[in-house]
Each structure stands twice: as structure tokens, then as C-alpha cells.
Design a protein around this ligand. Sequence first.
Ligand code: DC
Length: 222
Amino acid sequence: MIAIDGPAGAGKSTLAKRLAKELGYIYLDTGAMYRALAWKAIVEGVDPGDEGELKRILPLTRIELIECDGEPRVLLDGEDVTSRIRTPQVSQMASRISTFKTVRDRMVELQRAMGSRGGVVAEGRDIGTVVFPGADVKIYLDASPEERARRRFVELKGLGKQVTLEETLAEMNERDRRDQERAVAPLRKAEDALVIDSSSLSAEAVVERVMRVIKSTMPAIQ
Ligand code: DC
């Protein structure tokens, strides 16, 4: 089990996907699960502050992470929502609804079920601290706010979204603050996590560094 945590835009998804490929592990994108629920809440007109309503829709919600032609896809109640959940509106909604214990308890339950047989690279905000505290290797991936906003901006532009760099930075700062300050399972570095600042590192360099750590920590992987 490899756990990767960190703020938005630090490069967690790129790292987690590459590690999963390299190790033949399953890629577990926990943020995509919060995003899928957020999408449902938006579609159903649920107020992001209404924990009772979120509690009501949770048991009626099926979230599945699958792989199709080598690409991770997110299914919400059987429907592919992969591209719909990558918008600033869904990012904010996901960050809001993820402050509630009711929501987190259900997501953690699903995540632990998915990781029960090991062989998983999981990324999120509370993986090394709450979801899989016994993970073999824990990485806390960070980068400067400017660099993280720039990366997110390029990614959103690539998806054809109409956004500015300033909006992206503001949206990201607001979300990071909420994710770090919430009472339940806030984003923080696990005590035994290795911190990597990816601001001036290429994706390849980060993967290489983490692979070295994995090989030195997990004798079965060489
Ligand atoms: O990683 P991401 O940007 O796709 O996550 C979207 C939001 O979901 C993030 O702002 C906070 C929430 N989240 C969380 O609370 N815990 C996780 N393990 C993953 C995501």
C-alpha cells in the first residue's frame, strides 16, 4: 500500500498513476469519489451545507472507480462522470461536502474495502493519516501555490475550460484552506510521511525518487 497526500495541484495524480503502472498496483483516486458525490449533490440541487440531505443521498449513491482501455474512469450510479467532475465548481463542492463526518465515514469505508487486498496506490488528503495509517510508504507531495495553480490552470485549459490563472489560484487557495482547517480528517502530513516538494522537479524525477524509496522500504519490490 502506497499513500500519497498533499494539496491541490501538487502532482499527486500524475505520481500515483505512474507508480501504479510501474508496480502493477491499482490506482485509487479518493478525490474522484468526493467529486462524484459532489456532482450528484449539484445535479440534485443539494445545499452543500445540508449534512442531513447528504446523509439521505449517500446510501442511494453508487460510486465505482474502474479502468477502461488503461484509463481510470469514475462511475456514479452506473454512469460515466469522469470528465464532468473536473471543473472548478465540482472541486469547490467536493471540498465543501468533504468537511462532513457522515460523508467521510462512508467514503473511508468504501476506500478501505477497495484497498483491503493491498496492491494499491491511493491518493487524497487523509490517506496516510486516516484511511491507511499502516501504509508501507507514505508520501506528502507539496509545491509552491504559484506552481500548483499554474499546473492546474494548464490542466483545465487542456480540458477546454474557460478559466484565468488568477481565478485558478484563488479557487485553489480557498479549497486548500478549507481542506486544511476542517475539523474531521484535515489535510496534514502523517508523522512518518516523506515530504517531497515538486515545485522544481519533473514528474519523472518525482517518480524516480519515490520508486527508490519504495524499493528500499519494500524488499519484495526490486
Ligand atoms: O484530489 P481532488 O482535488 O480531486 O479532491 C477534491 C476534494 O475532495 C478536495 O478539495 C477535498 C476532498 N478530498 C478529501 O477531503 N479527502 C480525500 N482523501 C480526497 C479528497
